[in-house]
Structure formats: C-alpha cells, structure tokens
Design a binder for this molecule. Sequence first.
Ligand code: NAI
Length: 488
Amino acid sequence: MDYRIADISLAEAGRHQIRLAEQEMPGLMALREEYGAEQPLKGARIAGSLHMTVQTAVLIETLTALGADVRWASCNIFSTQDEAAAAVVVGPEHSGGTPDDPRGVPVFAWKGETLEEYWWAADQIFRFPAGGPNLILDDGGDATMLVAKGASFEEAGGVPEPAEDDSAEYVEFLARLRASLAEDPGRFSRIAEGIIGVSEETTTGVNRLYQAHQRGELRFPAINVNDSVTKSKFDNRYGIRHSLPDGLNRATDVLIGGKIAVVIGYGDVGKGAAEALRGQGARVIVTEIDPICALQAAMDGYQVARIEDVVAEGDIFITTTGNTRVITVEHLLAMKRNAIVGNIGHFDDEIDLAGLERVPGVRKVEIKPQVHEWILPEAARREAGVEQAGESAIIVLSEGRLLNLGNATGHPSFVMSASFTNQVMAQIELYTKDYPIGVHLLPKQLDEKVARLHLDALGVRLTELTKEQAEYIGVDVAGPYKQEHYRY
Ligand code: NAI
C-alpha cells in the first residue's frame, strides 16, 4: 500500500480518538447501519481532499464501509492530525492492519507540509492502482482545480509560465502540473473524463464551482454540500463558535475577556466567531460590505465599523470573508503592539502577509509552530503614515491560514457529523443517480434527515404534525416542512 504520513506508530493513539469520535457522530454511524449491507458505493473510487482530522477519519471509514475505494490528502498544509492519518492508513480493527502491515486507506498528508509537498500529495489521490477515480470529495476546490486546469492545459498544449504576481501557492501548483504532464501528457484529460461528479464542502469551493459553471468550464456535475442547511448553518457557525476560541487559546493563551476583537465579515462563519468572542467577554466590532449582514450585526448588538477606523484599537483581528486582502499591509502596520491576527476563511490571502513580508526591515520570529511574532520596524510604520510610530510587533497565527485547524483541531465531532453525513449522501447521489453538469443542492428531505439523525443524541423530542395541521400549512406529515426559498 502506498501512503505518506508523519509517523505510522501514532496509529494506536489515533484509533482511540476515532473510537470516541464515532460516538459523537451519530449521522455517519447511522449511514453505516442503513447502507452497510447494500454497499451503494461499491466500485466508487473517491479522491478525497479535506482536512485529515479525527472527524475526517470517521468520514473516510464510512465511505469504505459503504463499499468505496478511497485515497486521501489534506486540503491545508497545517490541518492534518498525524495520529488520525496514521490510524486511517493502518485501518480499523476488523481490517487486521498493523503498522507493519497497514490495510486501511492510502493517505498523503502530514502537519506542516511545504507548498510543493501539498501539491504532490494532492496529485497522489488520483493515482488509483485500478483505473482513475470516478468521484472527488473536495474542500475548497483544489482537487477539482487540479483536474480541471490540468485537463485544459493539456488541451491547450502545455502549462503556462507563472506570472510575476502569482501567489507562491499558484506557482507550486503550476510546477506540479508541469511535472505530471511531463510524466504522462494525457493524464488529466483522462481523469476528467472518468469523473462522475464532485461534492464540495465549503463556501469558497462552492463559489469556485459556480464561477467555473458560469464560464462554461465545469466538466462534471457538482453537489454543493456547503449550502445544505445542516452544513453551513451549523458547521460554519456553531463549529466556529467552538474551534475559534480553541485555536486562539492554544496559540496564545491570552485572556479574551475585555479585549477588543474585530471580526471581518458577518456571514455564517463571522456570526459564529463574533458570538464566541462575545461569549468570552470581548468587546466585538464587526466589519461588513453587505448591508444586510451589516444590519444583522448591528441588530445583534455589535458595533459595525470600517477596519481603518478601528485598526489601531483592536487586540484581536479575525478574518472570515473568503475574500482577498481584507487586511492590507497598511492595516497590519497600523496595529497596536502584540495585536493577534488570524484567519478562519478558507485561503490564506485574506491577510496580506505576502505583502508585509516584502516590506523592508520586517522580521518574523517563531514563538512556536504556527505562532509567529512579526516585528514591524519604525521606518515602515512611519512611511505607512502611522502616528506615534515606533517599532511594533503583531502575533500572526498559522501564517494566515485557517487558525482553528492550524492552531487547534478544527470543529468538534458532533457538528462535523452533520456536515459529513451530507457529504456521504452527496457521494451516494452522484454515484447512483444521473445528475446533469451544473451545481446542485441535496434535496431538502435529505437535509431534514441529517438533522433528524442528530436529535436523539441531544435528547430532543420533536413535535409531530397532525394530518390536519399538515394540510393547513400545505406540507406532507413526513416533510419537507419548508419551501425552497425559506432561509432558516
Ligand atoms: P459567507 O459568504 O456567509 O460570509 C462571508 C461574509 O464576508 C459575507 O457576509 C460577505 O459580505 C463578507 N465580506 C466579503 N468581503 C468583505 C470585506 N472586504 N470586508 C468585510 N466583509 C466582507 O461565507 P461563510 O460561509 O461565512 O464562509 C466564510 C469563509 O470561511 C469561506 O472561505 C469558507 O470556505 C470558510 N469556512 C471556514 C471554516 C473553518 O473551519 N475555518 C468552516 C466553514 C467555512
């Protein structure tokens, strides 16, 4: 079995955590029960790219329990939990795998990959020994992009040279494509042809899919898992409410109470972030570009301001937009000493650290892995127009990448159970039904089913509609209970 992880001897520690996580993931365990005998994913070869955590291990082993062949990489260089990766490679107890004779799933992921290693690992998930993959399970869209761009560069006759302003990430991506195409020139076109569909986990990846579809570049159908209600209204919000303070505490152990926290963006993730920080006693300021979300923040009781007006006051800055450069070099230079700056949006360009790195005299000191003090020299601050300049320093978490996964272990199992139950159902839908090219949502009945599977564990007693009531409001007793346009 081929795989590349940090240390296979961590498998036992990982297995203990997976065992406990299974008890907190009722949705996934119910799917194993419901579909284990039927094997709806038999013959499916799933190329997976999603944070290689303990919760993802339970997802992977649910996919294999339903009959799928799986290969896996993480979708972020810092998010792998090495013990989870090891346990997945060795395999569950019933596989009889051991560290010397692993029988689980090939994983290519470890905490602290370089960008070059990241794209190498992303490429490995497509290398099934028996034919190409037929499904992609993606988080953020990198695996889908590798196939789609790889195939279009092949068709255009080669991989372009990087442009001067391309990110380091994109430069490495192009290098990986060039290496792969040199090895086998028609490879990605063949892979693209074999793919039945992709299920996409997160807001940023879903945005990429809709954009690709608008440009007419989508090569296979996609299921938008993010916008299942039981995903984005739970994982993005309540997951963040848990894992943001976890990341801040493990990284810095700074008391949050009384501090001024600036949350950039008030979508689902921003709402969870602001609530968590307020819960810790921070005074939270929100910034938004969307009047609806700005009004929501105001009515939820937050001050809503522009970042340039509060940049010198904030103690903690958290970006949650999925947008680019929402904290600029000028903002960073104007921050007060030891301001903590972190991102929980999908990619690392929300905070312009690449720009800050180019400012003369700026230095980086590693406090510990994924926590850096950036020294900001007086001259640069003066030049940026900062009053009472002087040398300063800020604390940057996870080099501007998802801090809840880089500095902590991401969302807890229960909320990921809801997300991943949607993922498994999306994979079954794509594999067993004919979806046209386009970006699709899972049917509302399935969304309601995911919620239902998580009620018992919380002791929820759901009220049942009477036939009369169902007729009165115009729904079926068994659901769905809301119209498509309802927003929850
Ligand atoms: P969303 O679209 O609901 O919210 C983003 C908000 O940012 C929007 O309200 C938008 O108006 C606002 N925004 C955009 N540009 C802005 C700017 N320049 N200044 C201020 N506000 C701005 O998206 P959602 O679901 O909240 O996701 C946000 C990001 O978090 C995405 O990249 C998503 O992939 C990622 N994500 C991360 C998770 C994690 O575990 N760290 C979990 C789930 C999502």
